[in-house]
Every structure is written in C-alpha cells, then in structure tokens.
Design a protein around this ligand. Structure first.
Ligand code: UDX
Length: 404
C-alpha cells in the first residue's frame, strides 16, 4: 500500500520503518525541514534502538517531505503528530491542522485517515467531520527505547472505527504482528489508551508509596515486596519498579489530560490525581536523602534521559532533579550514554564519579549496573534500584525503598 505518515516523532518513525519492512511505500511528512533533510540523508533524528539501521535498510520504500501534497493518492494516512498538554489540558490543534490539510489534499474518497496520536475521546469523530473520509482510531502503545520491537510485537491492536471496511483494512495492515485485535468504537479506542497509561502511572506511584514506607522500616526492601506481589498473576510483575518517579512524553501529559477531560465532564479521577501527586513528590524525597549526606558540594547525576535506551529528556525526572539540586545550591555534573542537557555540565562517566561527593543514579541504563566497585568511597543514592546494596558501604549508601 501507499501509506502517508504525518508527524515523524518516535511513533511516526517506528510505524514507518516497520511498515516499510513489510514492503509498503511510505510518505513521511513533517513540518520540521531540518528533520526531513536529515531523514532524506538516512539520518534518524532520534536515538531509538534499531531505528537507524531499519531506516537505512528500507530507505528505498521511503519518501520524506514537508509537502502534504504528496499524500494526495495514498491508501492510508496515519496521523502521528504530538498532542501536548498545555495548561493541564490536551492541545489538539496539531491533529486538527493535519485533518484540515488532508481535507484539502486527498483526492481519493477511499483514503483512510488513521489516528495514532493519543487523543481524548471524541477526537476521531471531530476529525471525521473535517476530512469526510473514513477515520480509524488505532492508538499506539509502544514504549520509547523499545519502539520498533513493540510496534512489531504489540500486546494488542486496537481498531476503533465506524465503518467496518475501513477498520478491516487497518486490521489487515497489522495482521503480520499476530497480535490479538480488539474492534471498538472510536471513543472506546481513545479511552483505552488513556486508561492504559493512567493505570501504568498509578501502578508505579503505588509501589513508590510502598517504597516510602519501606524506607522507614528496619530490614525492608521494596524490591522484595514488588517481586513477591508481582507473582500474583492478578497484579503482574511489570511496572512495579520503585524509583524517583515516572516521566517521558506520555505518562505525565496523558494523566493530566484525562484528569482535566474527566473534570470537564463533571467527573473526578481521584486515583489518577493521587498518582500525579505522589509522582510530583519523588524529587523532594531524593533531595532529603541527599541532605542526609551533604548540605553542599558536588553531585553527579547518572542518567538524564527519562528512561534507558533513549536520548529523550522530555519530562525527565532526572532533569527536574538536576534543576532542583541547582536551586538548592549544589554543583551538578551529569553523565548519560545518549542524552544531553544544558542544565548541568556533561562529563564522562569516570569524570562524573571522580568529581562527585555524592552520586545519584537517576536513570537505569545498563551501563550503570555493576558500578558498585567504582563508586567505593563516594556517597551514593540509588534512585532506580540497580545497585546491589550488599556490595555498598552501609553508611554511605541510600536507595529508594530500602529500609535502614
Ligand atoms: C509509555 C507507555 O508504557 C506506552 O505504552 C505508551 O504508548 C507511551 O507511554 P514510555 O513513555 O515510552 O511509554 O515509557 P515507559 O516505559 O512507560 O516509562 C515511563 C516512565 O515510568 C519512565 O520515566 C520510567 O522510568 C518510569 N517507570 C516505568 C518506573 O518508574 N517504574 C516502572 O516500573 C516502569
């Protein structure tokens, strides 16, 4: 098929390379000229495992452009533009802008418009009113850092459609994944995405609160609690890693968006609101651990990406931590294998540890596992629970969810 993808962020690019691998012709559209120029030279604008290689291998199936006009004769167009939260509310302007452009450009009545961007319930219906062509809601559940793997092996494929044939076509497109398919209405598909992300956020905040209590107990480690409760199939072991909080381009904005969306409908999402509150307090706790060690001095923050295997720092808790530390008067140096920031002086790993009075692990990159020996002599705060406490110097080590 000839497939358009509008919005070349992580979702658009992962979708693009995976469908290009399946032999489809992809027209990738973005308003960012530099990004398009880079992609035309086979350069991925982001670090995402496998993306650069896939881009090079299936480059013959791609056209990258800033010109919407090239979408006129496509079978399908995916909308994968961002849907930021502004003043606590979702901003759908980019999605509607794309819809208006498509209305003016699509020459075929049978081009299906597929919404992958995360949008509040009711959006597909509005997009349909604008474009008139068939609209399918096909939300994306990929995680950054494993975007391509997740796109090829999703847990489920959501197809929200009003027109059965349009839904069938999108369902067929993803058949190669062998994932179970759930056919729903537009609103259900849109709601599922928010319910999923909110639930994940709640799960992490839950274990983070349990971690807080563990810290006050003798001989109590939240990782043991998480492992044991995760063995209950009803709970499952995933998303129970206590840490300095959840960040990234999705969970923070999506939880806020659904809370305000629900409020506008006269409903309070009290549990999701509590999860946000708990998350906002994570940094304060790390800072108070730090103050237990030193009141001033040099702090090395290991990891600035919002999670491992990405260079994305959007809503990164590590970055927020760095800003807070600076405002408290600490001198901060940082190291990350892929991500960069202007918020702190970025140095090499060894240099970062050498300069530091205190080392804080803020992102759980594999590279930071097994650092126990190297950290000897330093105060250490393990914000992501990747170090082995038994190998650390007791009086110089603190970790999220680890009791005295
Ligand atoms: C998330 C959803 O997982 C994905 O399904 C959706 O499509 C987009 O949003 P992503 O933002 O890429 O994906 O990252 P995710 O792996 O969910 O992690 C989000 C944040 O939670 C990170 O900051 C991570 O460090 C944190 N986290 C995750 C924890 O603190 N503990 C955990 O157990 C899991």
């Amino acid at each position: 098929m000839k497939i358009g993808i509008v919005g070349l962020g992580v979702v658009g690019l992962a979708t693009g390379v995976v469908l290009a691998e399946q032999g489809h012709k992809i027209i990738g559209v973005d308003i960012d000229q530099n990004k398009v120029k880079g992609l035309e030279c086979k350069r991925s604008p982001i670090y995402e495992p496998g993306l650069q290689e896939m881009l090079e291998r299936y480059f013959h199936n791609f056209t990258f452009t800033t010109d919407y006009g090239l979408l006129f004769n496509t079978d399908l167009v995916f909308i994968t533009v961002s849907t930021p939260t502004i003043d606590g509310k979702i901003y759908l302007g980019y999605v509607f802008d794309v819809a208006k452009r498509l209305r003016d450009i699509l020459k075929r009545n049978d081009t299906i418009v597929v919404i992958k961007s995360t949008v509040v319930p009711g959006t597909a219906r509005k997009v349909k009113e604008i474009v008139k062509n068939d609209v399918v809601s096909n939300p994306e559940f990929l995680r950054e850092g494993s975007a391509i793997l997740d796109t090829k092996n999703p847990d489920r494929i959501m197809i929200g459609s009003e027109n059965k044939e349009a839904g069938d076509l999108v369902e067929n497109l993803w058949k190669f994944t062998n994932a179970p398919v759930i056919r729903t209405t537009w609103e259900e598909a849109e709601m599922i995405k928010y319910a999923a992300n909110s639930f994940l956020a709640v799960k992490i905040s839950f274990i983070n609160e349990i971690a807080n209590v563990c810290e006050k107990l003798k001989d109590c480690d939240v990782t043991v609690i998480a492992k044991a409760i995760g063995m209950d199939e009803r709970i499952s072991p995933y998303f129970l890693n206590a840490g300095i909080g959840w960040g990234g381009s999705c969970l923070p904005k999506d939880t806020q968006a659904i809370v305000s969306f629900a409020r506008d409908l006269g409903e309070e999402l009290k549990i999701v609101e509590a999860a946000i509150r708990v998350n906002n307090e994570r940094i304060k706790r790390v800072v108070s651990m730090l103050k237990g060690f030193i009141k001033e001095g040099n702090v090395c923050v290991l990891g600035v990406a919002f999670k491992p295997n990405t260079d994305d720092t959007r809503e990164s808790v590590a970055l927020k931590l760095i800003k807070t530390l600076k405002s408290e008067g600490y001198k901060v140096v940082a190291y990350d294998p892929k991500a960069i920031t202007n918020e702190a002086r970025m140095v090499g790993l060894d240099e970062c540890i050498r300069i530091a009075d205190v080392v804080i692990i803020a992102t759980e990159w594999d590279e930071f596992k097994g650092l126990e020996e190297k950290l000897r002599g330093k105060y250490v705060i393990d914000g992501r629970r990747i170090l082995d406490p038994s190998k650390m110097e007791k009086e110089k080590f603190k970790a999220v969810g680890l009791g005295e």
